[in-house]
Design a protein around this ligand. Structure first.
Ligand code: PLP
Length: 385
């Protein structure tokens, strides 16, 4: 049975995009592939809102992170990588694998470090090569809405600016050029609503220059300068995941048809509908500060006595709805709903109903119909623009 995939990626993929994967295999060293690659690159640039070059990699998001840092860093480079959850911590790990000395301003889960803490880290060594941040921390549901302020710090200290936007690209505001982001990493399986397996990385000229200066790159498959070279002739250095490329191109066409701004507004309205519905169920978001609450990953604390596994199994068995639990220290303490990609009124309504009924049966005293009412009230904004 087809499930409603409401985890924070991979997410539901439309039939139209799935069908695109049945396109016949083509020669990846041909004019046809060149056309496909340049169409994807052009469409990605429109989603990243950048004139920078965009590389399309046959890898999941982590491949995009490893390619970026593995191509940029050499032994002893200083890097500031704030940590406030699983994925920001993994970003630091990727930098360490690439030989960097990683300075880690930390924040409590559910928050982000202050700008003062970031500046202190940038000042703590003579030269920082890059500040690397996760825009949307999928493990907690925090969005770092201070990318512009971080840009000013990056400029002040002459560093490069690297942003992991994997769980937000195509679902929230991300004007890469306007924000001065040098390297921005996205992935296919989240707000773009394509199948998993492709990472997209935008790279500024300054970052490309820094990559060219790396004498001993640590990676062959993920060495980005090689991708820039091959892109000039409309190819990738190694065999691309062709069927996924067809699917990604179709998903990006759908983003284009909807319009990026409208899509971002849809994500924001649907997220608000979820938060309002859960409030009506007397459930608390994990992230206390409303400003920091994600528009793509809704993190909700369990009330006392609810068993994560039993609740999510019930939701799957009776409603066919998949949501995620908490990560690491948050395991068993919260659930996470992906409000991404195809998210719309019906998906929100079905998910809210399923969660309301399942959490009630699991022992939480609430009125599921009130959650639906709250969601519908907010969703009516979708129709008014
Ligand atoms: N960074 C963030 C913010 C993510 O949300 C994820 C995946 O959820 C990753 C990195 C890793 O991406 P992938 O699982 O596609 O390798």
């Amino acid at each position: 049975m087809k499930k409603l995939v409401m985890i924070p990626g991979p997410t539901n993929v439309s039939d139209r995009v799935m069908w695109a994967m049945l396109s016949p295999i083509i020669n990846h060293r041909s004019h046809d592939f060149g056309e496909l690659y340049s169409a994807i690159e052009k469409r990605c640039k429109n989603v990243f809102l950048t004139k920078n070059e965009v590389v399309v990699l046959s890898a999941s998001g982590t491949g995009g992170v490893d390619a970026s840092l593995g191509s940029l860093l050499q032994d002893g480079d200083n890097l500031v990588v704030p940590s406030f959850g699983e994925f920001s911590s993994r970003l630091g790990d990727s930098a360490r694998y690439s030989g960097a000395n990683v300075i880690v301003p930390e924040a409590k889960l559910g928050t982000v470090p202050s700008l003062d803490e970031i500046e202190k880290a940038l000042k703590s060594v003579p030269k920082v090569k890059a500040l690397c941040v996760v825009y949307n921390e999928t493990s907690t549901g925090v969005t770092w809405r201070k990318l512009r302020e971080l840009k000013e710090l990056v400029e002040k200290y002459g560093a490069l600016y690297v942003v992991d936007a994997i769980s937000v690209l195509g679902g929230d505001s991300l004007p890469v050029d306007d924000l001065g982001v040098d390297i921005c990493i996205g992935a296919s399986q989240k707000c773009i609503a394509a199948p998993p397996g492709i990472a997209m990385v935008s790279v500024s000229d300054e970052a490309k220059k820094a990559m060219d200066e790396v004498k001993t790159p640590r990676t062959q498959y993920f060495h980005l300068p090689k991708y820039f070279k091959y892109a000039e002739i409309g190819e990738t250095p190694y065999t691309p995941a062709l069927s996924l490329f067809f699917a990604l191109n179709e998903a990006l066409k759908m983003v284009e048809e909807e319009g990026l701004e409208k899509r971002i507004r849809r994500h924001s309205h649907c997220a608000k509908a979820f938060y309002d519905a859960f409030e009506a169920l007397d459930l608390k978001p994990f992230v206390e500060n409303k400003e920091m609450r994600s528009n793509t990953v809704i993190g909700i604390l369990y009330p006392q006595g609810i068993d994560d596994k039993k609740f999510r199994t019930l939701l799957d068995d009776k409603f066919g709805i998949l949501i995620a639990g908490g990560f690491g220290a948050l395991k068993g303490k919260m659930f996470r709903v992906g409000s991404m990609g195809e998210i719309n009124e019906k998906l929100v309504s079905n998910t809210v109903s399923g969660i309301g009924e399942s959490i009630k049966v699991s022992g939480h005293n609430c009125q599921p119909s009130m959650a639906l009412e709250a969601a519908w009230k907010t969703l009516s904004m979708l129709h008014s623009g």
